[in-house]
Design a protein around this ligand. Sequence first.
Ligand code: 5RP
Length: 207
Amino acid sequence: MKLQVAMDLLTVEDALELAGKVAEYVDIIELGTPLIKAAGLGAVTAVKAAHPDKTVFADMKTMDAGELEADIAFKAGADLVSVLGSADDSTIAGAVKAAKAHNKGIVVDLIGVPNKVARAKEARALGATFVEFHAGLDEQAQPGFDLSGLLSAGEEARVPFSVAGGVNLSTIEAVQRAGADVAVAGGSIYGAADPALAAKELKAAII
Ligand SMILES: O=C(CO)[C@H](O)[C@H](O)COP(=O)(O)O
């Protein structure tokens, strides 16, 4: 299982600083949606230039204009770009078309999708590299939230998948047991007193 750091920060400087601290422990460096909205796709270019050996994920969360939005993110240096699973099939297919043109990949984010298992299979059939079983920051803040529903859905879908939803040291082993290909960790790394140590410990917990 690979480890993906989600950098939900707001400036290129902060993103470069965090990426510099954690890159040796992670496989995929994600530019979070707030970062791309605040700083623009130049943030993707800067992180890819600083870490050319890492897979760089632009969390575009595209809902429309799939081919266009994916194309501009790939041109900026992204290796993976996210499209929402709630988008129309044509939006996902458009993004996949752009990915093929750049020899890169599309991740379909199932945030907010009611029937995640069925949509995961459809997304894969549309050409997604993998799907993301994802509970967003607002869903995580609801009382009683835990990852178990996402993990069982991921297991059931039988397609390549990542899991995002407050993954941390106490949950990453369950994420791996569920068969995830990628564990996504945002706040548990960038919010830690020592992000490098947090990333190192998460990486070490992966068998
Ligand atoms: O895409 C996101 C929110 O929409 C986050 O990047 C993702 O949820 C991972 O961060 P965290 O581990 O803090 O949940």
